[in-house]
Structure formats: structure tokens, C-alpha cells
Design a protein around this ligand. Structure first.
Ligand code: CA
Length: 255
């Protein structure tokens, strides 16, 4: 009997481990100065299997991003000292957090700020007052959306009438081949790889030109402009994000 019991224990701990490796819980940092809201959000996220930490100020939040390496940040817009927009900008400017998903919490009266929030690189926003259940749904939807667009093995892209074959370095629009320089091609590749996400000039410069390149971020602007001239569809699709960089609209513009 003792043997059977032992085997059962081993079997169950094994399956628990397997379960953990497949579904490693995602870590979410909640940056919110209102303790009641922060704890309610924490409660609902943890009920759904997420691991959470809370930061009550912006500077604490930025420190915890570095130490805790969260998979997503839920960021309140109205914070003392440093507001949510400032924090979001700092997250996007630092190369190691440039692509960290950010979901912003805003109040209805701040609708113009909401737009600025998205312009400064928040990936989504939820308006206060909100139902915690709705917030959890939006968190999950954002994770799903980002996972879908993050397949590093993808070698070809279709974006409206634009087809890009990465392995053959081939760009076609309406079946007609477009000649791009290596840098233009590199920029296009980065944008197609992260649709709907703000990529700062520094991130693009490092990805396409490399860390040892001594040029300025103006170089990125020049090449984006050339890319838009060669592929008119991109003129509308590549959105310039004030003071930060560029993003490829995840909705293909209708011509
Ligand atoms: Ca607040």
C-alpha cells in the first residue's frame, strides 16, 4: 500500500510541474495609487491565475519593472509625482522594456489624455469606473493579441496588397515587385513584426542599423519617408507617434 501511495504522490507532483511549465503564470504589475482599486484588480487577476504586484507611485513602478520583470503593466493615468503618460514614455524609451505591454487606466473626463496615452505607446486602455471582470477580459485579450503578432519564425507577411517574403527579400504590391534598400527592408520587417505597437526611433535604429551605428535617430525618419514614397499604402499605415517613433496600424487602411 505504501508503495502505491508513493507512486501516486510522484505522479501527481510530476503533472503539477508539467502544468506549471506549460502555463507559467504571467506577472502583472499594477501601478495605482488608490489602494482599494489596486487590491480589487489584484484580487480578480489572481483569481484568474495571474501573479501580481502593486506599486503606489510611478517611480516605485519603474523600479519594480526593472526588478520584477512583469509581463504586462496596468498603469493608472492619474498618479502623484509622475503621471501615467510620463511612465509609459519612459517604458517605451528604454530598449529592454520598449515592447512591454501597457494597459492604461483612465477616467472618462480625460478622453483627450486617453488618445495621448495610446499615442505615447499604451497598448490598450480601460476607462474608470470599470468592472474588474471586464479588466481581466481585456488583459487576456491583450496577451492573446500580442502573442499572435509575436511569432519570430514567421517568414512572410501579407498587409493589404503588400506581400513581404523575408527569406527571399521580396516585396510585392499588387503583384508588382518593389525595390527596397536593405535598411528600408529592415524597417519594414520590424514594423510588420510588431503591428499596432509603438517602436521608438532608438529601438528601430538598434534593430536595423545595429548598436555600433553612430548616426542619429533622424536617419530613421529619412528612411521611413522613403519607404512611404515607394509603397504609398504605408503612407497612412505607418503612424508617426509624437516624440517617440512609429507604429504600423494593425488595421490595414482602406484605399
Ligand atoms: Ca490614481
Amino acid at each position: 500500500m505504501a508503495q502505491v501511495h508513493e507512486r501516486l504522490t510522484v505522479a501527481s507532483s510530476c503533472s503539477a510541474y508539467t502544468h506549471m511549465t506549460i502555463h507559467a503564470p504571467k506577472k502583472i504589475l499594477i501601478v495605482e495609487d488608490e489602494a482599494d482599486i489596486a487590491h480589487l484588480v489584484k484580487l480578480y487577476l489572481e483569481k484568474d491565475g495571474f501573479r501580481t504586484t502593486i506599486a503606489a507611485t510611478g517611480s516605485q513602478g519603474l523600479t519594480m519593472i526593472k526588478t520584477n520583470r512583469p509581463d504586462m503593466v496596468i498603469l493608472d493615468l492619474m498618479l502623484p509625482e509622475m503621471d501615467g503618460l510620463e511612465i509609459c514614455k519612459k517604458i517605451r524609451m528604454a530598449p529592454d522594456t520598449a515592447l512591454l505591454p501597457v494597459l492604461m487606466l483612465t477616467a472618462k473626463a480625460e478622453e483627450s489624455d486617453t488618445i495621448i496615452g495610446l499615442e505615447l505607446g499604451a497598448d490598450d486602455y480601460v476607462t474608470k469606473p470599470f468592472s474588474p471582470k471586464v479588466l481581466v477580459t481585456r488583459v487576456k485579450a491583450l496577451f492573446r493579441r500580442l502573442e499572435r503578432t509575436h511569432d519570430p519564425k514567421q517568414t512572410s507577411y501579407a498587409y493589404g496588397s503588400l506581400m513581404v517574403d523575408l527569406s527571399r527579400h521580396e516585396v510585392m504590391v499588387d503583384g508588382k515587385e518593389i525595390c527596397l534598400t536593405a535598411k528600408e527592408f529592415g524597417l519594414l520587417e520590424q514594423l510588420l513584426h510588431h503591428p499596432g505597437r509603438v517602436l521608438t526611433r532608438d529601438v528601430l535604429l538598434n534593430a536595423v542599423w545595429g548598436y555600433d551605428y553612430y548616426g542619429t535617430t533622424r536617419t530613421v525618419d529619412v528612411h521611413i519617408r522613403r519607404l512611404k514614397l515607394k509603397i504609398p499604402l504605408l503612407d497612412e499605415a505607418i503612424i508617426s507617434v509624437k516624440s517617440l517613433g512609429y507604429k504600423l496600424s494593425d488595421q490595414v487602411p482602406v484605399k
